[in-house]
Structures are given as structure tokens and as C-alpha cells.
Ligand binder design. Structure first.
Ligand SMILES: *Cc1c(COP(=O)(O)O)cnc(C)c1O
Length: 232
């Protein structure tokens, strides 16, 4: 945890950005509740999960902790209800129908669900995310829904070791973010950057990085039954 916070601060310094201007989301998918409790003890409050069935028992086990839960995985329209009921944020909204359902299913009296629109910045390499040309239309739709609050944009670039190619994909998202803000949408969150590319993301303007393995260690390889839903 401390090493990652240090990497974030170094990248901010290199980008000549203000210290503390990037939030750390600890991605706890595949990790037991105890690992989350340990990170919580060292001060971390925001945790990300990418599969509903895996997340729910952990949310229940940690219900007495003041955790802000973020859903970052692929969304299926028949599984939106527990997300609308139990999470504070969703980073992966990529179609209107999902946004509509999350808004309808948000419990009355709950604070609005914070939403990022997921954008496909890598072309054919990903089947998730709205294409950049359709992002403004979807963002406007999210902004109109009563139980959602539009906060920003999220992307998962195609994995590559090439730093320039990492940055080029992040730049697509940053440019879109600036365009939408200029068009009057009140965005404050640019969710991009993972363990292997957080420096590139911060150089390109990320305000939130989603970090799993650099905090918790390498995940075991996914079993075949998980391959269709995990992003890597
Ligand atoms: C798993 C995951 C991450 C974290 O990936 P690491 O490489 O372990 O840091 C970030 N974002 C999403 C959407 C993920 O599914």
C-alpha cells in the first residue's frame, strides 16, 4: 500500500500535478475479506470489485467497516439489482439500458449512485465500453437519470508494455473528458491506470487509479469458468 502511494506521488511530481490529486481505488477482486480488512487498517477506504457473486459475501463480512465500494466489472442487465443496492460507485456503465436499470433499482432514500461511463479506447481489442463517438450521448442520458450522478469516464486500455502506446490510449480518454466538460457536463473523475501503467495514466491526467496486484500481490490465474468475465 505504501509503495503504491509512493508511486502515485512520484508520478504526480513528474507530471507537475498537485500532491494528493489522485485517488487510490484498491482492487480487491479474488482477495479474501481479511486482506481488505488489513488494507483498511492501514487507512484505505475505497475498494473495487468486479464480480457481484464474489463481492456480496465480502461486503456482508465487512459491513461494520466504513468502506466505499466501487463496482468495476462487466455489467449484465439481469445482475444490476445487487449493485444498485450495495455499491456507492459503478465505473463500467456502457449502455443506456444498464444505466436505466441501475437508476430504477437504487433504493429510495439511498444517496445517488456515482457513475463513470466506460469508454472503449482500444478499438477491436475490447468488447466492453461505449465507443468514443457515442460517449457524450450516453453521458447525457446518465446525467438525466434521477438516482444516478454522472462523475466521469473510465477505460481499460489494451494491455501493452509500450509506454507510448499506453499513453496514447489514455490520451483518447482525457481528450473526451475535456470535450464533455467543455460541453457542460460536470465531470470530476478520470478513472484510468492499473498496476502496470499507473505512471502513464497519471501523466495523462488520471484522477483515480484502480490498483490490484501492486497492492495485494499477483492474482492466481483465472480458472476457465471465470475467463469470460474477467478482463485479463
Ligand atoms: C483487475 C482490475 C484492475 C486492477 O488490475 P491490476 O493490474 O491488478 O492493478 C483495475 N481495473 C479493473 C476494471 C480490473 O478489473
Amino acid at each position: 500500500m505504501q509503495a503504491v502511494l509512493q508511486r502515485i506521488e512520484s508520478a504526480l511530481a513528474m507530471a507537475q500535478r498537485a500532491s494528493g490529486s489522485v485517488r487510490l481505488l484498491a482492487v480487491s477482486k479474488t482477495r479474501p475479506a481479511q486482506d481488505i480488512a488489513d488494507a483498511y487498517s492501514s487507512g484505505q477506504r475505497a475498494f473495487g470489485e468486479s464480480q457481484v457473486q464474489e463481492a456480496l459475501p465480502k461486503l456482508a463480512a465487512l459491513a461494520n467497516h466504513a468502506i466505499e465500494w466501487h463496482f468495476i466489472g462487466p455489467l449484465q442487465s439481469n445482475k444490476t439489482r445487487p449493485i444498485a443496492e450495495h455499491f456507492a460507485w459503478v465505473h463500467s456503465v456502457d449502455r443506456e439500458r444498464i444505466a436505466q436499470r441501475l437508476s430504477e433499482q437504487r433504493p429510495p432514500g439511498a444517496p445517488p449512485l456515482m457513475v463513470c461511463v466506460q469508454v472503449n479506447v482500444s478499438g477491436e481489442a475490447s468488447k466492453h465500453g461505449v465507443n468514443p463517438a457515442s460517449a457524450q450521448r450516453l453521458a447525457r442520458k446518465v446525467a438525466e437519470l434521477p438516482a444516478l450522478r454522472l462523475r466521469g469516464l473510465m477505460a481499460i486500455p489494451a494491455p501493452t508494455e509500450d509506454r507510448e502506446r499506453q499513453r496514447a490510449q489514455f490520451r483518447v480518454l482525457k481528450r473526451l473528458y475535456d470535450e464533455l466538460r467543455a460541453a457542460g457536463l460536470a465531470l470530476d473523475t478520470l478513472s484510468m491506470g492499473m498496476s502496470d501503467d499507473l505512471e502513464a495514466a497519471i501523466l495523462e491526467g488520471a484522477t483515480l487509479v484502480r490498483i490490484g496486484s501492486a497492492i495485494f500481490g499477483h492474482r492466481p490465474a483465472p480458472s476457465p469458468s471465470r475467463l469470460d468475465t474477467s478482463c485479463r
